[in-house]
Design a protein. Structure first.
Length: 250
């Protein structure tokens, strides 16, 4: 109880008081554009990552146990790496003479495209972190599908594509929603990635709140911006809960 009060409730009370003070003043003209960029980027990365995670998880669920174990191990690697290491690695790969540029020059004609310091660089690096989490969520859901369900669909004349979309994806719909929401929530916290890989034009709301604390020492404004960030994080979770509730009622 003492730990809960000291470590959780007291800081929450202080942040709430600062938030109440912060919202009474202008949040700054950068807050709402940054909030829009944050939501759009997080939704976009989650939407791009989900199909990739579905393919990987579905493929691993059909493989031997040692292959699945290797896949789980590889999925865990990006999760234990320091975020700055990930950012620096992507900077090296996406430079004009980096790995991506060398592969482009070897396989395709013309100069390699400039990817670093574009929104695509942030999408690639954030997806690198998000996809493994989605795979781990979906893998065990695909493993729980009864093989007899697939066989019954095949005997009823369903094509492989129909079996995959209607039977398999239909069976793991709650996990699909959970994976998307989890990817979205993770992207909200990866505010350093756009700053280093895409530049100030893609500054996220979390970075503004961080700068309010470490640069301008505006705790009240940081708390207010954190409240906006909390709001954009909670709304998709509530929508996902409603969708899952409707799915369970069917």
């Amino acid at each position: 109880m003492l730990f809960v009060v000291v470590a959780l409730l007291l800081p929450l009370a202080l942040v709430t008081a600062s938030f109440a003070q912060g919202v009474g003043e202008p949040l700054g003209e950068e807050t709402w554009p940054a909030a829009v960029r944050t939501v759009v980027l997080a939704v976009g990365v989650a939407a791009v990552s989900l199909p990739v995670a579905i393919v990987i998880a579905s493929t691993l669920s059909r493989r031997a146990a040692w292959v699945r174990a290797m896949g789980i191990l590889l999925c865990g690697a990006p999760l234990v790496l320091n975020l700055l290491v990930v950012i620096l690695s992507w900077q090296v790969m996406l430079e004009q003479d980096g790995l991506v540029g060398q592969v482009w020059t070897a396989l395709l004609p013309g100069e390699p495209p400039a990817i670093l310091f574009t929104p695509l660089a942030s999408v690639l690096a954030m997806a690198y972190v998000v996809v493994p989490v989605m795979v781990l969520i979906l893998l065990f859901s695909f493993r729980r599908i009864d093989p007899r369900t697939r066989e019954a669909a095949r005997l009823l004349g369903a094509s492989p594509w129909q079996r995959f979309v209607l039977v398999e994806l239909g069976s793991v719909t709650p996990s699909l929603i959970a994976a998307f929401v989890m990817g979205y929530a993770i992207c909200l916290n990866l505010y350093l990635v756009p700053e280093y890989l895409s530049g100030p034009d893609l500054t996220m709301l979390g970075l503004l709140a961080h700068q309010d604390v470490v640069k301008s020492f505006r705790i009240d404004q940081a708390a207010a911006r954190s409240g906006v960030l909390l709001l954009v994080a909670i709304v998709p979770v509530c929508l996902a809960s409603v969708l899952e509730w409707k799915q369970q009622r069917r």
